[in-house]
Design a protein. Structure first.
Ligand code: SF4
Length: 155
């Protein structure tokens, strides 16, 4: 194909966006520490890491004897259609968080993955104001949390 001057035009590239999942397991592709799960007013509250910290043995060891997801929240490559939360277009977990949870901060957390975060790309700032209370690890007997995670009740 040529342009108006007869010069060859470059092939149009298809740019595929690779989104980041902000609540994932430490063994997924591209896993990094998003933050540390702390407590605020008796509830979990994420303190976001300021820099990039990939997951390695040293990070996993820091969490012992607890599970890594009890101490940290990890971000990694969004698995899209391989994830049970993805309905083919949207992350339903992000939708539930944005529509059901209350805001826990009044301004956007200083989060390092916002440019590629699947939740933010889909739900915008509303989900960020609710994001710090989310933990990857939760009580499997808690039906409200199971519902938020898209699971059937425990009983
Ligand atoms: S604060 Fe917003 S951009 Fe950062 S991980 Fe949470 S939802 Fe994504």
């Amino acid at each position: 194909m040529t342009d108006a001057r007869g010069a060859a035009k470059p092939e149009q590239a298809t740019i595929a966006v690779e989104y980041a999942c902000p609540s994932t397991q430490p063994d997924v592709s591209g896993a990094r520490v998003l933050g540390i799960v702390e407590e605020q007013d008796g509830s979990p509250h994420l303190t976001y890491l300021a820099g990039h910290r990939p997951v390695d043995e040293a990070v996993l060891k820091l969490a012992e004897p607890m599970r890594p997801t009890e101490v940290f929240r990890f971000a990694g490559t969004c698995m899209s259609s391989q994830c049970r939360h993805f309905d083919g277009a949207d992350c339903q977990l992000a939708s539930r968080i944005a529509s059901r949870l209350t805001e826990v901060v009044s301004s956007l957390p200083a989060c390092t993955i916002r440019k590629t975060c699947r939740w933010h790309a889909q739900e915008g700032p509303d989900v960020c104001l609710r994001c710090p209370q989310v933990t990857t690890n939760f009580d499997l007997e808690d039906d409200a949390m199971r519902d938020l995670a898209g699971m059937d009740p425990a009983t």
